[in-house]
Design a protein around this ligand. Structure first.
Ligand code: PSV
Ligand code: MN
Length: 388
């Protein structure tokens, strides 16, 4: 049975990366609602992310999206993060918001557009060199809307060519995370629609290419923990983009729509020994807070991941293994459900107090006055939004 000190140690060592774009204004294609105190610059986004880390203690890095977070001096941005007690994390490449990319980026039929997209990906690695980031995240909006629109196999070849070039440019301690998505913005074929395609492309690209599982990027009913278990077994799970979905790529707060699914995913992670930072699995949030305040939304999301993790750590592994070996279906299932049904909030409060934090991060943030401060200070200028 996992002992309490082991659970406490694992929970205090957990690291969850925040997305810079969670702090900007966001919405749907129907409306983006502006909120008060929203950052105008990458520096202000990092300051907000640092607040989430201040109250949770387990969110020490911020992912950037390029060009949304473009600055002149990335080393200076990394120092700014360091001054605020956090660091820059994954660099997310953006080859989907330029008119040139209407028919795709690295899979585009025109070699000029493919070259332009590849140059952007390579420029993102230059940024990683300056920020000290380990991971480059690659998500391609590439695909087709109509049967016959383009050659499916040729597009896979173009993708493979680009991924090989990116792989060749990576430094010894850098990785590329290939993200898949079932549909949207293309509706007939996406060029990386599923984990199988991502995995096959990673295998061809080389050992530094790993798959990232965005929990919102699957068809309803998909058994995501099976995918997670398979990728862990194959040594190609690079990380997660966590968020929740009811319908499609909703980007809601992780653990809000289906906390049991998040628990089942974390059970696979814990059972494969992949929770620690050294395991090479990156735990990132990829969310937008359209109608809720953003900093508390991120704090709540981090806490939701912590709760699912705590429950996964509480699974009595030895008892589960015996029940499984004995073919005791009901007992095995009951052992898992016992862990899921445990109220882990007291143990997480204890973990926070051991870490010198307030046991209630949401209340501590609300009391801090930070929101009132940014609301008063961030007047004028252009608020950041999805796309800037
Ligand atoms: C695409 O839907 C995605 O999940 C990718 O990770 C992008 O980089 C991110 O969302 C942008 O919000
Ligand atoms: Mn994502």
């Amino acid at each position: 049975m996992t002992t309490k000190p082991t659970v406490v140690a694992a929970l205090s060592a957990q690291q969850i990366e925040l997305p810079s774009w969670a702090f900007g204004n966001s919405g749907t294609r129907f409306k983006v609602f502006a909120q008060q105190g929203v950052p105008r610059t990458p520096q202000e986004k990092i300051a907000d992310a640092a607040e989430v880390h201040r109250y949770t203690g387990v969110a020490p890095s911020v992912a950037l999206h390029i060009p949304w977070d473009r600055v002149d001096d990335y080393a200076a941005l990394a120092r700014h993060a360091d001054d605020l007690g956090v660091r820059l994390g994954t660099i997310n490449s953006n080859v989907f918001q330029d008119d040139d990319y209407m028919l795709g980026s690295v899979c585009h039929p025109d070699p000029r557009i493919r070259r332009k997209a590849l140059d952007h990906l390579l420029a993102c690695i230059d940024i990683m060199d300056a920020t000290g980031s380990r991971d480059l995240k690659l998500w391609f909006a590439d695909g087709t809307n109509y049967p016959g629109q383009d050659d499916i196999r040729a597009r896979q070849d173009r993708l493979a060519e680009a991924l090989a070039a990116v792989h060749a440019r990576l430094g010894p301690n850098q990785r590329m995370l290939v993200e898949y998505k079932l549909f949207e913005p293309a509706f007939y074929t996406m060029d990386v629609p599923d984990w199988g395609t991502a995995y096959v492309q990673c295998l061809a690209a080389g050992p530094k290419a790993v798959v990232v599982v965005d929990t919102g990027h699957h068809a309803p009913g998909t058994n995501i923990e099976f995918i997670v278990a398979s990728l862990l077994r194959l040594g190609r799970l690079g990380g997660f983009d966590f968020n929740s979905r009811f319908y499609a790529d909703d980007d809601l707060m992780v653990g809000s729509a289906d906390p049991f699914q998040l628990f089942r995913i974390m059970v696979e992670v814990v059972s494969a020994g992949a929770l620690s930072a050294e395991s090479g699995v990156a735990f990132m949030l990829d969310q937008c807070h359209n109608i809720e305040p953003k900093i508390p939304g991120q704090i709540r999301s981090v806490m939701n991941v912590q709760e699912a993790t705590a429950k996964a750590l509480l699974v009595d592994r030895e008892a589960l293994a015996s029940a499984q070996a004995a073919g005791d279906v009901l007992d095995a299932n009951a052992i898992l459900m016992d862990a899921y049904n445990t109220d882990v909030r007291p143990i997480l409060a204890e973990v926070r107090m051991i870490m010198g934090l307030d046991p209630d991060p949401v209340a501590a943030y609300a009391r801090s006055g930070y929101f009132e401060q940014i609301t008063a200070q961030r007047v004028g200028g252009q608020q950041a939004g999805w796309g800037a």
